[in-house]
Every structure is written in structure tokens, then in C-alpha cells.
Design a protein around this ligand. Structure first.
Ligand code: GLU
Length: 372
């Protein structure tokens, strides 16, 4: 039994990959889905709250519309396939959950819905209300309106962000692979299975070079490790487990077979939200003194910045890099890019003379920053 027992999580997110839900002929694998829903019903009866993140809309829709490359040949195809497939996908979830006496609710969200703080709080409130009403939320990306630049593109990171918004204790990614290996197991029979990851470092990232074997979803191991980074920073365990079995949730709970990324001590909610954000508007390079100050938990002052790149407005997310170009922190800029360029390297008491106003002494305040 692994240390992350899904049966023990009051709030659980279960993500289901396309290849598990949709067969090669483009039909929903209803028997398998029925088994998973039996697992969910069991958890529900035991008093747990479950959120589903379900892929499969593009794969289903592509088949119905006869589109090439699984609907992923162009953005327009993916959007049309998602719109067509989503209605069938939602229908199947609603019907099969209904067979077990459970009510389904559908949420389609874009990346922006989770990146903009106010919209993120809205999503969090809706999820919370649905869960207290005893409903099973079924979430997917709103692929039919999302454009390439503002898409998650994979439901692994979406599941982690949803887990964070819902303050979940655990996220289970059911996949066509049973977990993380130190090398690609399809190419290398000596690949070692990794049961537990305490810290996601460069070595762990390097293990994630494999892509999903099914060719149906868009995730692969890289996005699963990124999802693990988001979930664990938000204080939730994340597991990758095989969905290639009947009753996959109980199987994982009973056997413990899967890779578990261990939750880190939960950070204040706002910082955890920052950590999970994906799109940075710009970059601020800093000197060694400032890098040390940031590690000590202090704010970034203009004096410690050496260069500013990108276009960003006040309040946008910026990456903060050290002299070697390595990420030190990320945070919300107190100044827009044009102003930031002008005050780089300057002392805080010079700002008013340079800008004509100086609402903030810091370029990035420590309350709005997470150190890498
Ligand atoms: N949102 C996509 C869909 O429903 C799946 C994304 C993924 O493959 O992770 O088809």
C-alpha cells in the first residue's frame, strides 16, 4: 500500500486519459467507464468527494467527423472535434453516474479561467458548492474556444490546477502507463520503475522524456511531471497509475502500484496559486546579491535587477532569473515593463525622480513571489 491511499482523501481529483475512454474505433469504452464509476460511487458512499477531469472530447469528435490525425491536424479541427465530442462525452458521464444514483455536473474551463485570480476564485467557489451539494463535477478544457496560445493542451496540468482550486488532498492521473520509469520502458527493458518522488529535481525531469504510447491524448510524461509540480506545491499528493485495468481506482488503492509524488507542506493559497501559473509575461534578470536576498525571503528591489525582457503590465507574472539564467523565483510585477526597464539597477529612493511617481519600493514584493 502506498503512502497515498486514495481511499483516505476527503477530496480527490481523478483524471482520465483519452486512450482509456475511447476505443480504436472511436466509441466510448462504456464497460470500462462503468467500472471506474463503480469505484467513484464507492468513494462517494464512504463520504469522499470526487472531481473527475475527463479527456476524450477531441478523440471522440474526430472520429465522428472523420477528421484526420485524431482531430489534431489543425487548431480548427481540434476545436470542431472537441465541440462535437464533448456533448457525447458529457452524456456518457451523466448517464453512467446516474445509473449509480450520482448527479454529474459539467465544467469547461480555459487556461485563462485558472490564470486570472478572480476567475480562478470563481472556479474554486463553483467546485466547492457542487461538492457540498454531493454532485460529481466532470471537468474538461474548453477546447472549442481556447486558442493555441491560451490552452493547457493537456488535461494533466488541468487536473492539478483543478485540484489546487478545489483544495484537494490527492490527484490521480489514470493513464495508459502505470507510472514513471527512469528511462523509456518501451525502448529500454532495464528501465526502473519509480515508486515515490519526494522532490521534483532535474533528475526526475530528465526521466520524463517518454511520450504517451497511445498517440490519442496529448499529455505524455513531461506534462504529468509538470502536473505533479503544481499539485505537490499546493499540498496534494499526485499519483500516476494504470487505467488499463477494470476498476482502476480500487486497483491502485489495493495494490499501491503507481508513482506517487509526495505533497509538499502546503503554502499559503495565494502563493500556491502563483506557483501553479503557467504563462509569464516577462523576465527580470537579477544579480547575485539579489538572488541571495530572494532566497532569504526578501523582496526584489530595482537595485538588484540587471535587465528586463518582455511585455507585461503591473500585476502580471514575471520570471526572475539569476546571472546564469536559472530561475530563482516567479512573482507579480509591481511595475509595467516600460517602467521596470527605466528603474533597473536604481535605488528605491531614486524612483520618484525617474518615473514621476513611485507607488512601490519593490519591483516584486515578497508576498507576491514564490522562490523556485
Ligand atoms: N481536452 C482534451 C480532450 O478532451 C484532452 C487533452 C489531453 O489529451 O490531455 O480531448
Amino acid at each position: 500500500m502506498s503512502l497515498f491511499a486514495p481511499a483516505a482523501c476527503p477530496r480527490l481529483v481523478v483524471k482520465v486519459g483519452s486512450a482509456l475512454l475511447v476505443d480504436a474505433g472511436g466509441a466510448i469504452r462504456r464497460d470500462w467507464l462503468g467500472g471506474l464509476i463503480a469505484d467513484i460511487a464507492e468513494r462517494h458512499a464512504a463520504g469522499q468527494q470526487v472531481i473527475v477531469v475527463s479527456s476524450g472530447a477531441i478523440a471522440l469528435g474526430a472520429r465522428r467527423l472523420g477528421l484526420p490525425k485524431g482531430g489534431r491536424a489543425s487548431l480548427e479541427d481540434a476545436q470542431a472535434a472537441a465541440a462535437t465530442g464533448q456533448i457525447a462525452l458529457s452524456g456518457a458521464w451523466a448517464e453512467l453516474l446516474g445509473d449509480r444514483g450520482l448527479t454529474a455536473a459539467q465544467l469547461l474551463v480555459t487556461l485563462d479561467d485558472l490564470e486570472q485570480r478572480r476567475r480562478y476564485l470563481n472556479v474554486a467557489a463553483t467546485l466547492g458548492r457542487l461538492l457540498t451539494l454531493g454532485v460529481v463535477p466532470v471537468v474538461n478544457e474548453n477546447d472549442s474556444v481556447a486558442t493555441e496560445e491560451i490552452r493547457f493542451g493537456d488535461n494533466d496540468r488541468l487536473a492539478a490546477r483543478v485540484g489546487q482550486a478545489a483544495n484537494a488532498d490527492g490527484v490521480v492521473l489514470l493513464s495508459d502507463i502505470d507510472g514513471l520509469y527512469d528511462r523509456n520502458p518501451t525502448h529500454d527493458p532495464d528501465a526502473r520503475f519509480i515508486e515515490r518522488v519526494e522532490r521534483i529535481d532535474a533528475a526526475v525531469e530528465a526521466m520524463a522524456d517518454t511520450r504517451s504510447a497511445s498517440g490519442m491524448g496529448s499529455g505524455g510524461m513531461v506534462s504529468k511531471v509538470q502536473a505533479a509540480r503544481i499539485a505537490t506545491a499546493a499540498g496534494a499528493h499526485l499519483a500516476i497509475a494504470s487505467g488499463r485495468v477494470e476498476r482502476p481506482l480500487s486497483r491502485f488503492a489495493d495494490s499501491g502500484r503507481g508513482t506517487v509524488f509526495v505533497a509538499r507542506p502546503a503554502q499559503p493559497a495565494r502563493k500556491a496559486w502563483l506557483q501553479g501559473r503557467l504563462v509569464a509575461g516577462g523576465t527580470i534578470h537579477i544579480d547575485a546579491g539579489a538572488a541571495a536576498a530572494l532566497q532569504d525571503g526578501r523582496s526584489l528591489l530595482p537595485a538588484g535587477a540587471t535587465r528586463v525582457e518582455g511585455r507585461f503590465a503591473r500585476g502580471d507574472l514575471v520570471m526572475i532569473l539569476d546571472e546564469a539564467g536559472q530561475p530563482v523565483a516567479r512573482g507579480l510585477s509591481e511595475y509595467d515593463a516600460e517602467e521596470a526597464v527605466r528603474i533597473v539597477g536604481r535605488r528605491s529612493d531614486e524612483l520618484e525622480a525617474i518615473l514621476g511617481h513611485a507607488p512601490r519600493t519593490a519591483l516584486v514584493h515578497r508576498n507576491h513571489m514564490v522562490v523556485a
